[in-house]
Ligand binder design. Sequence first.
Ligand SMILES: Nc1ncnc2c1ncn2[C@@H]1O[C@H](COP(=O)(O)OP(=O)(O)OP(=O)(O)O)[C@@H](O)[C@H]1O
Ligand SMILES: [Mg+2]
Length: 252
Amino acid sequence: MTTLLKVSNLNKHFGGLHAVKNVAFTITRGEVVGILGPNGAGKTTLYNLLTGFIPPDAGAQIEFEGQSLMGVAPHRIAGLGISRTFQLCRPFVGMTVLENVIVGGLGSARTSGPGLADRAEALLKQVGLVGKEETPVESLSYGDQRRLEIARALAAKPALLLLDEPFAGLGSGEIADLSELIRSVHATEGLTVMLIEHKLREFMRLVDRVIALDFGEVIAEGTPENIVKEPSVIEAYIGRGDPVGEAAGHAA
Ligand SMILES: Nc1ncnc2c1ncn2[C@@H]1O[C@H](COP(=O)(O)OP(=O)(O)OP(=O)(O)O)[C@@H](O)[C@H]1O
Ligand SMILES: [Mg+2]
């Protein structure tokens, strides 16, 4: 098992708010790792730091495949093999579904120009958007936009896929379908996946390991079965009325 991502001493202040606090973890190639934490815990900020969207405070180390990402621009980090989806879908408007996926693959050192359209079509098939290649993205249903986000992120042939609440706003049938899709891309593409999700039942079924954050700090790490028994995690969720009970019920 090789280390894919190694993070240490990661901090981010927004003015007086210490949004990410002394975070350190490693991700092994091939894992599906869940990032758990109540609203405002710093989960999306962590992704923004990993993908170079915002710079960390001084002193941080982020190493991906043994290479430091400090000071590397977001598009170059994507090109090195880290793709993400956004908590709110961000399609390229004014383009078709197929064009969105092709653009997702442009500029990646891991893809080559001539194969992009073929790969994009194959990805649309994989995510269940066949027949919608020429549809303008604006007219996709919300569930289809979520699928497109994943196809677009995969177009760059990432080694690491960061998913930020992919189930938000979806019904239970759509969540089950998207879970299957995440499982299948993990299996067939040999992808390492990090998943932020509040829909805990599906989250706990998908992940191998959980890193729990609260107020920007890692408060616990462990298997889904063990994490929901951690007093600090129960306190972070139940103490504030969030639904970790659902997950505890599932793991029990
Ligand atoms: N660009 C920013 N400027 C100022 N404060 C920010 C910024 N981004 C995030 N924050 C603050 O940092 C904290 C962590 O936010 P973040 O979005 O990372 O939380 P989260 O864990 O993703 O929450 P949620 O589950 O609601 O998406 C919050 O208090 C948020 O208001
Ligand atoms: Mg968030």
